[in-house]
Design a protein around this ligand. Structure first.
Ligand SMILES: [Zn+2]
Ligand SMILES: [Zn+2]
Length: 102
């Protein structure tokens, strides 16, 4: 099940479960749209994969037992261990490789 993380690993912006600017990689690394388009250039700094919009978990259980209330978002904030320069250097080295070839 997708872990809905509460913040951008890069700039620490709050990304609540209903945020439309939360982006994730296939490992659920989570960033804000601003960082993805700017600093990260659509490269996850942890795995090198691409990033895509995080789906919204339904507020209402339209199927029994399945909703944000039943499976709430994570509250554990994650902060990148890389410096801004390290992030940019990594992104620059990977950004021109198409995601399917990474
Ligand atoms: Zn950010
Ligand atoms: Zn990743």
């Amino acid at each position: 099940m997708l872990e809905i993380r509460p913040n951008c690993e890069c700039c620490d912006k709050d990304l609540p479960a209903d945020s439309l600017e939360a982006m994730i990689c296939s490992y659920e690394c989570t960033f804000c749209l601003n960082c993805v388009e700017g600093t990260l250039k659509n490269v996850c700094p942890n795995c090198g994969g691409d990033l895509t919009k995080r789906p919204l978990r339904p507020m209402t259980a339209r199927r029994a037992g399945l909703s944000l209330r039943h499976q709430p978002a994570s509250t554990e904030r994650i902060k990148t261990k890389f410096s801004l320069d390290e992030l940019k250097e990594f992104s620059d080295s990977v950004k021109d490789i198409a995601p399917k070839n990474r």
